[in-house]
Design a protein around this ligand. Structure first.
Ligand SMILES: [Zn+2]
Length: 257
């Protein structure tokens, strides 16, 4: 019976792959992509993960920071190529210099990071997170992880323990997504989110070169431990990203062909 369950879910997944599988053009990345987590599902996941996040990380009570993250965020949201989710921007009361995007467009910046950045630099940081959402990096990571878990399920089907309760599966799902988000992204996704972030901040009327000063400021503030602490733990490869942006910005702004 269990074997049958796993077999049928595997077949279902293959069917999803083949039917939903007409790939869709994503204007944010400029590529045709295979996405089978649709936007309402992504938003629902975001809601669950947000509850988990807010249990351990309080929202900031600083009215100035909250007004600022909303105002700058609103301009970035309207510059995004992806408009089928509602972007929401929040400031968390945390010293660590960090920012993150949950599935579905929920974007968080720590107060520690906001306090060292000017508006143009904040626009790059928010643009980068909007970029992760618009490029659907999160959905792609979840898909890859789900497929992996399903393959493991198929591999171990029939070996002892029967399938867990569905409540337990949901709880594990939230944990998995939360971990995926906090673990950060691949080098390729980071470069892509940087390019998209600069493009959106430029579109929204901010100085695109503020991306460079933002990264330099964060590196300096984090000191010699920047490789393991804060922003660059979840958004790694600082030096390479600064170099890549120095080459990319003139092309994004049209200053160079
Ligand atoms: Zn990132």
């Amino acid at each position: 019976m269990l074997r049958f369950f796993f077999k049928s879910s595997f077949i279902l997944l293959i069917a999803l792959f083949l039917s939903g599988c007409a790939t869709t053009f994503n204007p944010a990345t400029g590529r045709n992509e295979l996405i089978f987590i649709n936007s309402p599902t992504e938003v629902a996941m975001g809601h669950n993960v947000r509850e988990e996040l807010l249990k351990n990380h309080p929202l900031s009570k600083d009215a100035r920071l909250n007004a600022k993250v909303e105002a700058v965020g609103r301009r970035l949201a309207s510059a995004s190529d992806r408009q089928d989710v509602q972007y929401k921007f929040y400031c968390l009361e945390e010293k660590e210099l960090n920012a993150m995007a949950l599935p579905g467009g929920f974007i968080y910046v720590n107060s520690g990071l906001m306090r060292i950045l000017n508006d143009d630099e904040l626009a790059y940081v928010l643009g980068h997170e909007v970029g992760h959402v618009a490029a659907r990096h999160i959905a792609k990571k979840i898909q890859a992880n789900m497929a992996y878990q399903l393959i493991l399920g198929v591999a171990f089907a029939g070996m002892g323990d029967s399938a867990g309760s569905s409540a337990q599966n949901v709880a594990q799902g939230v944990d998995t997504v939360y971990n995926l988000v906090s673990l950060g992204y691949s080098r390729q996704d980071e470069y892509e989110a940087d390019r998209i972030g600069v493009k959106y901040s430029f579109r929204a009327g901010y100085n695109p070169y503020a991306a460079l000063s933002a990264l330099e400021k964060i590196k300096k503030a984090e000191g010699p431990d920047w490789k393991i602490l804060g922003y660059f733990r979840s958004h790694p490869f600082a030096d390479e990203r600064i170099e890549a942006l120095e080459r990319a910005i003139p092309k994004i702004t049209g200053a160079e062909p």
